[in-house]
Design a protein around this ligand. Structure first.
Ligand code: IMP
Ligand code: MG
Length: 175
């Protein structure tokens, strides 16, 4: 059967959710210049909107994580690569920015790497949280945009493999 995309119902419009996240971050990092560490590829649209919505100084760095590969279920362990070197993390206020937390393994792996480089602080910000997995999360994000059911979603940077990342809305995939 053909793949069908259904618009997801979120607690609010994505722009409003990003605005609220940016306001909380701007308040808590007032006077600082945090480093937004974007977890590619899924978070590339989110970090672009978040950085612009912050309206205060930030730096942006990127790391690559592949937890789903081409599948719609996580691989056993996420592969993390392309980490920025320690000069951009040590002594800095780092905010890991990811699109979704599901099992929490990706955030755990990225946070462990950042922590080894002695940042001044490390926090995590996700747009979406699959709430049913929450009891298993090894790392609880400091900033969560909104919660969603445990369904596979695409759009707004999030891909089904490499498909559908460019959609501006967020959709549930029905295979
Ligand atoms: P976790 O490691 O199980 O928490 O999975 C989080 C990572 O998997 C995120 O970086 C996402 O990019 C990706 N991911 C999780 N759920 C989805 C989804 O529904 N669609 C697309 N990517 C997802
Ligand atoms: Mg990802």
């Amino acid at each position: 059967m053909a793949k069908r995309l259904e618009v997801i119902r979120l607690s609010n419009d994505v722009r409003v959710i990003v605005h609220h996240l940016a306001s909380s971050i701007a308040r808590e990092y007032d006077g600082l210049t945090p480093v937004l560490l974007c977890v590619l590829k899924g978070a590339f649209v989110f970090v672009a909107d978040l950085a612009r919505e912050l309206r205060s100084p930030v730096e942006v760095e990127f790391v690559r994580a592949a937890s789903y590969g081409k599948a719609q279920r996580p691989l056993a362990r996420p592969a993390i690569y392309g980490m920025p070197d320690c000069s951009v993390l040590t002594g800095r206020h780092v905010i890991i920015v990811d699109d979704i937390i599901d099992s929490g393994q990706t955030l755990e792996a990225v946070k462990a790497y950042v922590t080894r480089h002695n940042p001044a602080s490390v926090a995590a910000c996700v747009l979406l949280a699959k709430r049913l997995r929450r009891p298993e999360w090894p790392v609880v994000p400091d900033y969560i945009g909104t919660e969603i059911p445990s369904e596979f979603v695409v759009g707004y940077g999030m891909g089904d493999g490499e498909a559908d990342r460019g959609l501006s809305g967020i959709y549930v995939v029905h295979n």
